[in-house]
Design a protein around this ligand. Structure first.
Ligand SMILES: [Zn+2]
Length: 217
């Protein structure tokens, strides 16, 4: 596991960034990264806050679900993390947090619209994944089918939080930030539209000037 400490340090830095931005307070949420040197991941353990991750408390779990011996319990969401790595080779990191603007939309049962050019470019669509059939937290049974579409890089869990994935931790973290930022912008837009009696507003069709040029041809 040559890259173990490098990946642990990247996870600690990303978790701290997520905490500092107040995308995740307390001990909720979780994040993980795949090792290059083994068929295994490093994941935040259950009951440890994003701001309290250390080389000593992070857990190593093999993709077949085997846990390396540790004093900590695995994250409650371990199964969906493992399954995302199994179904998509391009996924090398997962950031899941309960950021408030996005989770507000998710609790209202409203899919966050991709209403900025950056969201169109970087995400395209953020599917809203409903609660489990029993009304509980989403598991790999609800989450994995959505991510089987290779274009999906971000999703929002009803009454729960957000998921960003990427080939590095910082890319998954950027998506967690864009999801939250977009939910905030959407709330401001919807509030202003209601205050001004507007019922419709433009949405971008393309994320970049290059996409726009390609569409014209
Ligand atoms: Zn959660």
């Amino acid at each position: 596991m040559d890259d173990l400490n490098e990946k642990k340090d990247a996870l600690i830095a990303t978790a701290k960034r997520c905490f500092d931005l107040r995308l995740q307070t307390n001990a909720g949420g979780n994040l993980s990264v795949r090792l290059d040197s083994a068929n295994a991941i490093v994941i935040k353990p259950s009951g440890v806050g994003f701001n309290e991750c250390t080389r000593d408390n992070l857990q190593i779990v093999h993709l077949d679900g085997t846990l390396e011996l540790s004093d900590y319990k695995p994250s409650k969401d371990l199964d969906f993390h493992l399954d995302l790595y199994r179904i998509r080779k391009d996924i090398r990191a997962v950031v899941h947090c309960h950021s408030p603007w996005a989770t507000g939309y998710a609790s209202a049962g409203i899919e966050i619209p991709c209403l900025t050019v950056q969201t169109i470019e970087k995400i395209g669509r953020m599917p809203l994944i409903p609660l489990s059939p029993q009304g509980g937290p989403q598991t790999d049974k609800e989450i994995s089918p959505v991510f089987e579409d290779p274009k999906v890089v971000a999703a929002v869990l009803a009454n729960h939080g957000t998921i960003g994935v990427g080939n590095t931790l910082i890319k998954a973290q950027y998506l967690a930030e864009i999801i939250e930022e977009t939910a905030h912008i959407a709330y401001v837009r919807d509030t202003l539209m209601a205050a001004h009696g507007k019922t419709a507003a433009d949405l971008p069709q393309y994320g970049t000037a290059a996409d726009a040029r390609a569409a014209e041809q």
